[in-house]
Design a protein around this ligand. Structure first.
Ligand code: KG4
Ligand code: ZN
Length: 306
């Protein structure tokens, strides 16, 4: 299906990029086994990818109508130039990629990190959550409200109709610009329990205000620490990535704050925010150019750190 869409065949491929982690070992193992077989059968190198690096490098995905045809072979400078050349051609149709060094607020269902990126393959973790990820804070609150999984997109939708100042929640202040979302999530649970005792229809009657206030709180917290890290590092190229970067209010607020602090902000295309194969492929591309291949004996890394 993907090959058909890209108008290429298996013989056009130069390498197989695969997620090694972080993630659930079962899913990682299935993907890795398939990738190993394909790499062996096609006699092309295997490239292991860190899922979170993939989210960040989604900013470098180039879209275009040209395929990568005419770039046969995987050895030698000419062929490599061929791939690069094709990608350069595609650049005309893409959104602007971040300039190095840049900071990326990487927000997903399993991670909340602020990372400094100095090249396509150099990442430095500057801050992270010490417990739950912000995606979990969205999803667990949604569950408390009786919404289906994943609740993040629904909170986003209902928040558009509510008052973001209706209710307030605590904002834990940790050292090193780290985050903590477990206390926020618990305070949300206690708040809902207390309000429901007073009015059994509280959730249904105030759903929009609840979603708007909780979402605004999470975003304020995310951006507060991001501002601090930007000030400390003097880096003003600021990106967001990961599933939660699909959140419409986070996207809006990043631009609002960006104007105040004179940042150059980079927001991924909506379809490249949540998990996708293209982000793994683009990371594989940069590792391929750097000859970063792996053996067929690699095993999944469920806790793969960036
Ligand atoms: O990156 P991702 O697709 O998978 C992981 O690597 O975890 O992120 C999934 C997370 C979920 O927690 C989901 O609720 C959240 O991204 N998410 C959103 C939105 N779209 C996805 N959270 C808030 N607002 C959204 N619009
Ligand atoms: Zn993800």
């Amino acid at each position: 299906m993907a090959l058909k869409k890209a108008k290429v065949t298996l013989s056009d491929l130069h390498g197989i990029a695969v997620t090694l982690g972080p993630g659930l070992s079962g899913s990682l193992l299935v993907g890795l086994s398939f990738a190993k077989s394909l790499s062996l059968a096609l006699n092309i190198p295997l490239i292991e990818v860190n899922h979170m690096q993939g989210h960040i490098l989604a900013h470098f995905i180039k879209e275009g109508t040209e395929g990568i045809k005419g770039t046969e072979g995987i050895e030698g400078a000419e062929e490599t130039k061929g791939i690069e050349g094709t990608l350069e051609k595609r650049e005309t149709k893409s959104h602007t990629s971040p300039e190095f060094p840049f900071l990326c607020l990487t927000v997903s269902g399993g991670h909340t990190q602020i990372i400094k990126i100095t090249s396509h393959l150099q990442f430095e973790l500057l801050a992270e959550t010490e417990d739950d990820a912000v995606g979990e804070a969205f999803d667990k609150a949604a569950k408390i409200l009786g919404l289906p999984y994943p609740g993040g997109p629904l909170i986003d939708k209902y928040a558009k109709l509510g008052n973001p100042k209706a209710y307030s929640f605590p904002m834990p202040q940790l050292k090193n610009n780290n985050y903590s979302f477990s206390g926020v999530k618990t305070s949300f649970l206690y708040f809902i329990q207390a309000q429901t005792k007073l009015n059994p229809h509280f959730i249904s009657e105030c759903m929009h205000d609840i979603c708007a206030s909780y979402q605004a709180h999470l975003i304020k917290y995310l951006l507060k620490n991001l501002i601090q890290v930007s000030n400390e590092t003097s880096i003003k190229h600021i990106a967001i990535a990961g599933g939660v970067s699909a959140n419409s209010e986070l996207r809006k607020q990043l631009n609002v704050i960006g104007k105040i602090y004179k940042w150059n902000t980079y927001i991924p295309k909506f379809e490249y925010c949540t998990d996708n194969a293209a982000m793994i492929a683009i990371t594989g591309y940069y590792k391929y150019l750097d000859n970063q291949f792996c053996g067929l004996d690699v095993t999944p890394k469920p806790r793969y750190h960036i």
